[in-house]
Design a protein around this ligand. Sequence first.
Ligand code: R5P
Length: 297
Amino acid sequence: MIVVRGPSDETGFSESLARSLGAELVEAEHKLFPDGESYVRVPADLRGETVVVVQPTYYPQDKNLVELMLLADAARGSGASRVVGVAPYLAYTRQDKVFRPGEPVSIRAVLRALHASGVEVLATVEPHSKGELGHFPGKALGVGVMRYMAAKLSPRLHDPLVLSPDLGGVERAREFAEAIGADFDYLEKHRDRVTGEVSMRPKTLDASGREVVIVDDIISTGGTMALAARLLLGQGAKRVVAVCVHALLVGDAYAKLKTVGVDEVVAANTLPTPPGVQQVDVAPPVADAIKEVLGSG
Ligand code: R5P
């Protein structure tokens, strides 16, 4: 088995994955042509090998997605026996349905394109919704890591109240809380689909005097997390820890979280994060899921 580190992996995910899989690690060659097109090459003999291509698809999403497709095509064309695509962060997962007439189901288009380019097994971490990977024509693995992250963070937490910023994410809060024997609940959120503005209806939560861990799959602009943190600190929470899987942290999002008083920001290593964010390496559970599916196929 060969793990290919794609150009967008800057967090050591590929190295950790290769170690956990007991596989050889190869770094993809990469350059941009003068007109902006990507060039990739896998400098290894891939004939007869299971090839695992790692390429998180954060910003610039479209370029990183195309490079994942090019790497899969290169692996197929070089005689790999099987191609596994690993997008620790998979772009376009939040457009998983038509919210307004005339919109695409973006994740469906992305998953079909990945499969057509040669990805037979696709692994990603903590997909936004349960059903969306069902659009992938091959075998898709959505590796949940809330329990894993909770266990890793547990020594630093003190009888926390675990909260999801919305009802949609309450399952993640439950998994995180159950792994460490903590209480959990959710806040009610509303996002205006046209303006993107987020508001939160106050809910009766006894956060007063408690350490609060807010868990979400994604922190993008930081608006959701900052609002939740401000609300909870206003209700007397002792300390707020923001935990997410995919820390996109667009623009000044990290500063925004620190400004409202978030004590710690923790994320998985599915994409690069700014200094100050604590990273949890989640490649080992991804390796376990890949081993299981390859072993059974
Ligand atoms: C939404 O459904 C997601 O789970 C996150 O809550 C959301 O993507 C966070 O976005 P932002 O950081 O921009 O508020």
